[in-house]
Design a protein around this ligand. Structure first.
Ligand code: ZN
Length: 202
């Protein structure tokens, strides 16, 4: 048995972002400490970082837009990146992408409202990645119901305090997690809150 020291447990403060390399077999757990707080997640295949999480591939290969235990998140080149192995909430979003200053200007008329994209750009810069590299995200705890007529909206998360999701790395990846700073719509129920992050050895 190999001892793997790569485990971590920390609080991701509101509106902040973190990136970590994960070896295949390591797990990432995101806990909604207080309830109704979204985490945007993106990932890149190591070591080349050119292939990345791709929600449309993920939707096609799983045949659903609602993701929970047993579903796999895929890359643009259809490589399995992460598998959902635990989920106490059961409602997450794979359609919305990340909030960013540009869309908030269009939809809410505000200037320079920092979003998850700006968080990601800053966080992945040390790996030589830029805004053009940021893929659409998997939005943990984000609640965007699709109606029978195709209607789509953002409503408050279904997550309660202590709910968590665990993603197991299916490849060596760089993962980034943004504690979503969106306070202009119901995405985070009007209040930005901390998240718990646990990374466990393979
Ligand atoms: Zn966001």
């Amino acid at each position: 048995m190999t001892t793997n020291a790569l485990s971590e447990d920390f609080v991701l403060e509101p509106a902040t972002c973190v990136a970590r390399p994960l070896q295949r077999g390591q797990s990432l757990r995101i806990t909604d400490l207080q309830g109704k707080q979204v985490a945007d997640v993106i990932a890149f295949v190591l070591p080349e970082l050119t292939d990345r999480l791709w929600p449309s591939t993920t939707i096609r290969l799983n045949g659903t837009v609602y993701f929970t235990v047993g579903h796999t998140l895929y890359s643009e080149l259809s490589r399995p990146l992460m598998k959902i192995v635990e989920d106490t909430c059961g409602r997450h979003d794979m359609l919305a992408g990340s909030c960013n200053a540009e869309i908030d200007k269009v939809r809410y008329g505000v200037d320079g409202h920092r979003g998850c994209v700006e968080n990601f750009v800053e966080t992945i810069a040390p790996w030589g990645l830029t805004r053009a590299d940021v893929p659409m995200s998997f939005n943990v705890f984000m609640n965007c119901p699709v109606g029978p007529d195709g209607g789509w909206s953002i409503v408050e998360p279904a997550s309660r305090a202590g709910d968590y999701i665990t993603l197991r790395a299916e490849a060596d990846i760089l993962v980034a997690i943004s504690n979503c700073p969106q306070d202009l719509n119901p995405c985070n129920a009007g209040e930005l809150k901390p998240l718990g992050i646990s990374i466990t050895a393979a």
